[in-house]
Design a protein around this ligand. Structure first.
Ligand code: UDP
Length: 301
């Protein structure tokens, strides 16, 4: 966005985000950071033309640590941003999630599927929070004329992930780099479809700038589905050594399969991911390897 000449205001409470990831931008004249939690109304001085709402802890470990705050982020936070969008006639894009499909009975998941979500489980604060955020977006579109776009983001990874947030890719890579066993939950047969971060950002920007009438919800994700054991094998190959695996209990409500149908995104946005899992994992591995050399060690889950 900065390279396209836009002014960018980044609002972050730094609950899970890291200021280090913004270091290269700190001297850019068109970039500002405000430390703020969106569950509180946004400063009235902000006059945005486009709002990307990416706020909310996305790692199960992090969003379950304070589930009430997670829900408030998805409901009160989205409400506050929608009020801001309505006041300034700004477009708003909501980062929703494949979690709205819960443990899906339809595979791959298309946008017309309404999901299979447990409303009272340990993942519900995130799943139901994001579902409610979609409802708020739709009602502000219908009742207040807000141009609101909904992206359902499937598992996304890449350099810059927090090493200790418990996500499968960052955890496996950090474990391998420190000669620890990879912690596979359950028997590792559950699947995820991993999208590289650059592909995801391209999809989000295409959606934001697409015609007014196309608002989603639209799936954004990679269609290459892999089991958790296959991810462990990929990481083991990148580590150039036989890495041990330690099996741990599967967390409650952990979805058994996950793969997006991206027909809609392809048709309306001309979008499809281009970075293969081999390439994406290699880049992510190299990033963590480089960081580890600088710091010596990480706090691991
Ligand atoms: N997982 C695992 N070991 C880990 C972390 C995660 O086996 O150290 C599994 C987890 O049980 C889930 C999948 O990997 O089936 C993806 O987990 P993640 O937390 O990355 O995202 P989710 O898709 O569950 O939100």
């Amino acid at each position: 966005m900065l390279t396209q000449g836009h002014q960018v205001i980044c609002v972050d409470n730094f609950l899970t985000g890291s200021a280090t990831n913004l270091a290269s931008l700190q001297d850019h004249p068109d970039f500002t950071v405000i430390q703020h939690d969106i569950i509180d109304p946004l400063p009235p001085s902000l006059r945005p033309t486009q709002i990307y709402n990416l706020a909310c802890a996305a790692s199960p470990r992090r969003y379950q640590a304070d589930p009430i705050h997670t829900l408030r982020t998805c409901v009160q936070g989205v409400f506050n941003l929608l009020e801001l969008a309505a006041a300034h006639d700004a477009r708003i894009l909501q980062a929703s999630t494949s979690e709205v499909y819960g443990d899906p009975e339809v595979h791959p998941q298309h946008e017309r599927y309404h999901g299979n979500v447990n409303p009272v489980g340990i993942r519900s604060c995130y799943d139901e929070g994001k579902r409610c955020a979609e409802t708020l977006m739709s009602d502000f579109s219908r009742m207040r004329g807000v141009t609101g776009k909904i992206a359902r983001i499937f598992n996304t990874y890449g350099p810059g992930m927090a090493p200790d947030d418990g996500r499968v890719v960052s955890t496996f890579i950090c474990q391998a780099l420190q000669n620890q066993a990879l912690t596979v939950y359950g028997d590792g047969s559950q699947t995820r479809s991993l999208c590289y971060v650059d592909d995801m950002i391209e999809g989000l920007m295409l959606l934001m700038n697409s015609v007014d009438t196309f608002r989603g919800p639209v799936n954004l994700g990679n269609t290459h589905e892999v089991s958790i054991m296959q991810i462990a094998q990929h990481v083991s190959r990148l580590a150039r050594q036989q890495v041990k695996v330690e099996f741990k209990p599967l967390p409650a409500d952990d979805p058994t399969v996950r793969c997006p149908d991206i027909t809609l995104a392809h048709h309306h946005l001309g979008w499809a991911p281009s970075v293969s899992i081999d390439e994406g994992l290699a880049r992510t591995f190299a990033h963590f390897e480089h960081t580890l050399k600088g710091t010596g060690t990480w706090p691991l889950p």
